[in-house]
Design a protein around this ligand. Structure first.
Ligand SMILES: Cc1cc2nc3c(=O)[nH]c(=O)nc-3n(C[C@H](O)[C@H](O)[C@H](O)COP(=O)(O)OP(=O)(O)OC[C@H]3O[C@@H](n4cnc5c(N)ncnc54)[C@H](O)[C@@H]3O)c2cc1C
Length: 432
């Protein structure tokens, strides 16, 4: 089949890879000049989410203060965003959290397999580093973390629960004063460089053939009339169209994997997904003192701020700002940007003082789609030949590989390797 994938982030690239592997001809349409320029560019390094990484559950936004929960909430009186927060808050209840994580878990495992297969085939090097140490400050937060720890035991995820002294003994850079509650070490989980991975996959596809990357092209609309869907391309900037004709490409199937850009494309077709855009920040800081730098990634488990080492730099990611959807297209403003970046600097200073030269750090911000039930939208929607792969949230890198495989299976009329309740929980029409 001829399949168009809209979006050249990690989700679009991973989907193109799986479609090609299933024998389809693929065209990826990306509005930037190269792949991995959207949310994918600013990833924090964590490859696959554990129950401590997902952006829902007992510890997520459990406090209203950004200094405690890592999310700057500027929802004002906006009804839709308040409703969105209310739905996410319902997942703080331990049973609801466990139920929802159980639905996500098969996608995580499918993603682990898909990544392992890609790595075994091509021997890709994308700055993989083993080990993540999650740290928790207060006794109350530690208590809230227990449901996630129960899930780790239930699913036999290899991990070690550590006392503060054991954390410091394992990772010399972690400070023990002021006192904190404890840590969880995953020595088998990894951090790595997501945009580099996406670019290496693109290179592999360029070499193999069968996947065309239309870069610098924006899809302005999707057409669903008749059996063969199509996309309309926006005129390229500076190339005034002399005729009124629109550039249209037909295909046997279309996959919308355009990150935040997926929403307007689907809305024009009448599909309004309640996914919410969340701004996230990144600081790439030089290492200040080598003897203070961590040798595994450090995660502030409640604020969901990750500090991972990449050669002589530390990548610090998190600092979410939650606003109404209409605000996200406007610049954030100096005060809020400073506040978000300060969260990153403070978390780094709190856990690993002296490790990063924050004053010399390069900031970056990106927008990620988060869903009100914590799960991405992966599956068919509106038309037998239209598929959506979006809303993977701030822990979406590794998931992209399994979600791409799922979409390729659906398009190939193959039964996906994930259970029916996971498939149903990922469908676009679950929100109706
Ligand atoms: C600061 C930050 C830190 C993060 N940390 C982590 C982490 O540690 N671990 C993790 O797993 N995840 C992390 N994430 C989330 C992860 O980066 C995302 O889940 C993932 O990158 C989503 O990929 P995507 O392809 O859906 O979106 P994007 O990367 O945003 O890709 C979408 C692409 O579609 C293109 N596009 C949009 N509309 C159109 C159109 N109309 N026509 C053509 N092209 C279009 C865009 O240009 C873009 O390139 C982080 C995100 C941010 C912002």
């Amino acid at each position: 089949m001829d399949v168009i994938v809209i979006g050249g982030g990690i989700v679009g690239v991973a989907t193109a890879y799986q479609l090609r592997a299933a024998g389809h001809r693929v065209c990826v349409v990306e509005r930037h000049a190269t792949v991995a320029q959207g949310a994918t560019y600013g990833h924090g390094g964590t490859v696959l989410p554990t129950p401590l990484d997902v952006w829902f559950g007992p510890t997520f936004m459990a406090s209203r203060q950004a200094a405690k929960n890592g999310v700057i909430s500027k929802t004002g009186f906006n009804g839709p965003v308040r409703q969105f927060v209310k739905q996410l808050t319902a997942l703080q209840e331990p049973e609801a959290f466990s139920r929802q994580y159980a639905r996500l878990r098969p996608l995580i495992e499918a993603s682990r397999e898909a990544m392992a297969d890609i790595e075994a085939r091509f021997g890709l090097e994308f700055e993989q580093a083993s080990g993540l140490l999650y740290l928790v400050r207060s006794a109350q937060e530690w208590q809230q973390t227990q449901t996630a720890l129960d899930l780790l035991r239930q699913y036999e995820v290899p991990h070690h629960v550590l006392t503060p002294a054991e954390c410091a003994a394992f990772e010399h850079s972690v400070r023990t004063e002021p006192e904190f509650a404890g840590g969880v070490l995953f020595d088998h989980e990894r951090t790595a460089n997501c945009p580099l991975f996406a670019k290496l996959i693109k290179q592999t596809l360029d070499t193999q053939g069968g996947v065309q990357f239309m870069l610098g092209c924006e899809v302005s609309a999707i057409r669903l009339e008749g059996q063969r869907p199509a996309v309309e391309l926006a005129p390229r900037p500076g190339m005034a169209s002399r005729s009124r004709e629109v550039d249209v490409i037909n295909a046997d199937a279309i996959v919308v994997a355009a990150g935040y850009g997926s929403l307007p494309l689907l809305e024009r077709l009448g599909l309004r997904l309640p996914l919410h855009p969340l701004r996230l920040h990144n600081l790439v800081a030089p290492i200040a003192h080598e003897e203070c730098a961590p040798h595994v990634a450090i995660v502030d488990a409640v604020k969901r701020i990750t500090v991972s080492r990449m050669n002589h730099r530390l990548r610090i990611a998190g600092g979410a700002v939650l606003q109404s959807a209409g605000q996200v297209d406007k610049p954030l403003g100096e005060t809020l940007t400073k506040e978000a970046l300060a969260l990153l600097g403070q978390a780094t200073h709190d856990w690993i003082p002296g490790a990063a030269r924050i004053s010399a750090a390069l900031p970056w911000e990106g927008v990620k789609l988060l869903s009100p039930d914590g799960l991405p939208v992966v599956g068919n929607a509106l038309h037998p030949r239209l598929f959506v792969n979006a809303g993977h949230g701030p822990a979406g890198w590794g998931l992209a590989c399994g979600a791409g495989k799922l979409i390729a299976d659906l398009i190939s009329d193959k039964t996906p390797d994930v259970p029916a309740d996971t498939l149903a929980a990922l469908r676009a029409d679950r929100f109706q």
